[in-house]
Write a new protein. Structure first.
Length: 95
């Protein structure tokens, strides 16, 4: 792969498979989290999402379920500013 081709692919953004993997990671096994996370991901990332927000969301999904539940269901504010902003966005997405 040439440097130009690699740069073009990087600029092309996430693929459909990338989005599918992200949606799969939204399935947590706790119905409340599944609904909140998947709804947010579908509204923000199915068409195109900001790369930085997508990256932050992917990192957010790496957190353990009890911590995600605290942030999204029990009004605990994440100490990381980017996670705090993301949690507010997730909770602000309309059904």
């Amino acid at each position: 792969m040439s440097v130009t081709q690699g740069a073009a692919e990087a600029c092309a953004g996430p693929t459909r498979a990338d989005t599918g993997r992200l949606l799969w990671r939204c399935r947590r096994g706790m119905k409340e989290l599944d609904v909140l996370l998947e709804r947010f991901a579908r509204k923000r990332f199915m068409v195109e999402g900001e790369a930085a927000e997508r990256h932050t969301f992917a990192r957010f999904l790496e957190l353990p379920d009890p911590l995600l539940a605290d942030y999204l269901l029990r009004s605990r504010v994440p100490p990381e500013p980017e996670f705090a902003a993301l949690a507010r966005s997730i909770l602000g997405v309309s059904p």
